[in-house]
Design a protein around this ligand. Structure first.
Ligand SMILES: [Zn+2]
Ligand SMILES: [Zn+2]
Length: 121
């Protein structure tokens, strides 16, 4: 496994799980995701305007990188730390989300072959 960790869409989970359980349905995936979320095992990762992706809740504080070419979202651990100083005077920062956009390792390598960039990005 040389790929970075990444949160998955329900559809991606279905595609992966279908290799082991061919009769699996998207409804079953959603039901299991909801149960896992209710018990606190996983949490949703929501990027603006996109379907939720899911990752382990135990992964801790981290941020996300979305590849504009293939659309996949990856985790990265680096964090700039306290961003309190970016907020207007008198405001209190409670948490932050950071999403970097660019091209993943796979897409940079295969750039010459790719002719289907995501629309609108
Ligand atoms: Zn990519
Ligand atoms: Zn952070």
């Amino acid at each position: 496994m040389t790929t970075a960790e990444r949160p998955l869409l329900a559809q991606e989970i279905l595609a992966l799980a279908s290799e082991a359980v061919p009769q699996l349905s998207i409804a079953t995936v959603y039901r299991n995701l909801k149960a896992l979320q209710d018990e606190g095992t996983i949490k949703p990762v929501v990027l603006p305007g996109q379907n939720p992706r899911y990752e382990l809740a135990s992964y801790g504080h981290h941020h996300h990188f979305q590849c504009r070419r293939c659309g996949r979202v990856f985790d990265f651990k680096a964090c700039p730390g306290n961003l309190e100083h970016l907020a207007p005077t008198g405001f209190t920062v409670e948490e932050h989300e950071i999403i970097l956009y660019g091209q993943c390792r796979d897409c940079v390598v295969t750039k010459a072959d790719h002719s289907r960039p995501l629309a609108g990005c």
